[in-house]
Write a protein that binds this ligand. Structure first.
Ligand SMILES: *Cc1c(COP(=O)(O)O)cnc(C)c1O
Length: 404
């Protein structure tokens, strides 16, 4: 086999389909979020970023940076090992206490990323609980799907957010068989929100554990930013709450929160936890400072909501079609992969507005979109400018407008 030829051919095929991924080369700038420098072939341009998952701009928060500098100065760069062998730093312990406090749980366990938290926890519960059945929403994130797959327990998929379909499945499972319903709160592509209370009711009725991925909600919802379950007063009804410190909290790292025994179980059997070096102490310190800040500053969430509402209003006023949903995610629908990419390219190259095109396989064919996530730091002027640029792009490309 000609290995190099094989790689090149597969990449060419991706390019022909329009599914080849090109990354924007950006340099984020402290104090200037959501502005960033964009490195291009013929120079550097300052752009406004509209598709960051640093939803609140916490990545540049001075208290977070100060905590990181201090811990970096004290502890140095890396953790020095896995948690088991020399890699448990006091900052890790403090961070886990902070997370448990945030979610009102007995304990929490941190991982190198949200992906690893999902992958490790689900694969561990699937493989180490005899007879386990995992009942999984059909739009769950790749990290959940792959974790469930690695666990090799039986798995059944229910229709997205469909309580009838979920109950149809639960009804047929013996009450005493171990089972878990795995789902997300905010789904990141459509921005819709799961019926958490009703899922917990079904879990109680049929004696199931619940596993919620609140990755796109932590920091953003609830009085202290613990997520949609906090907002709805449901945190104590979930068996496992999973989250990330990379999005709303603006740093990096993942976690689960729940009972002491459950966290201890995953700590003791989870291979993606045991065999991987822990996050650097400075990162743990930054995460903790961010959680503390975000939980004490509800006004940041109010401002966030207001900016989301403002962008939606402006889009409505000019007839740019977007999905109506109850979250902070604004998907502007294009419905064609080539046009979606062209719209994104034009916004970047002509107008210095950066929003990544979202095409198949991330979303179904025919629902290609631009996904906007305005933060509290996107000013009204920035939003007005963006909408004016979108109008020009829509006219230039002849894209569909919303019915007036
Ligand atoms: C991004 C994401 C993750 C992974 O979190 P990271 O901290 O980025 O690894 C997990 N679940 C969902 C739904 C996500 O969107």
């Amino acid at each position: 086999m000609d290995y190099e030829k094989f790689f090149a051919e597969r990449i060419n095929a991706l390019q022909d389909e329009g599914n080849y991924r090109v990354f924007a080369d950006l340099e984020r700038k402290v104090g200037a979020f959501p502005r960033a420098d964009n490195y291009r072939e013929n120079g550097v341009e300052e752009v406004t970023v509209w598709c960051s998952n640093d939803y609140l701009g916490m990545g540049q928060n001075e208290e977070v940076l100060q905590a990181m500098r201090e811990a970096l100065g004290k502890c140095g760069a890396g953790a020095g090992g896995t948690r088991n062998i020399s890699g448990t730093n006091h900052y890790h312990v403090l961070l886990e206490e902070e997370l448990a406090k945030l979610h009102g749980t007995e304990a929490a366990l941190i991982f190198t990323s949200g992906y690893v938290a999902n992958f490790t926890t689900l694969s561990t519960l699937g493989s180490k609980m005899p007879g386990m059945l995992i009942i999984s929403d059909d739009q769950n994130h790749n990290s959940m799907i792959e974790g469930i797959r690695l666990g090799r327990s039986e798995k059944v998929v229910f229709k997205h957010n469909d309580l009838e379909d979920l109950e149809r499945i639960l009804k047929d499972v013996p009450l005493d068989r171990p089972k878990m319903i795995a789902f997300e709160s905010v789904y990141s592509m459509d921005g819709d929100i799961a019926p958490i209370k009703e899922i917990c009711d079904l879990a109680d009725k049929y004696n199931a554990m619940t596993y919620i991925d609140e990755v796109h909600a932590v920091g953003l919802y609830g009085e202290h930013g613990a997520g949609v379950a906090e907002r709805d007063g449901l945190m104590d009804r979930l068996t496992i709450i999973q989250g990330t410190m990379a999005k709303g909290f603006g740093v990096v790292g993942g976690y689960i929160a729940g009972s002491k025994a459950m966290c201890d179980f995953v700590r003791s059997f989870g291979q993606g936890f045991i065999f991987s070096t822990s996050i650097p102490p400075a990162v743990a310190a930054g995460c903790r400072a961010s959680i503390q800040y975000v939980s004490q500053h509800n006004e940041i969430r109010l401002k966030h909501k207001e900016r989301v509402r403002y962008l939606r209003q402006k889009l409505d006023a000019v007839g740019i079609p977007h999905l109506d949903n109850p979250s902070h995610i604004i998907p502007v629908m294009v419905g064609d992969p080539v046009l979606c990419k062209q719209a994104s390219d034009m916004l970047m190259e002509h107008y210095n507005q950066y929003v990544q095109p979202i095409n198949y396989p991330t979303v179904p064919k025919g629902t290609e979109r631009l996904r906007f996530t305005p933060s509290p730091l996107h000013s009204e002027e920035m939003i007005n400018e963006l909408v004016a640029c979108l109008v020009k792009v829509w006219e230039h490309l002849g894209l569909k407008k919303a019915a007036a």
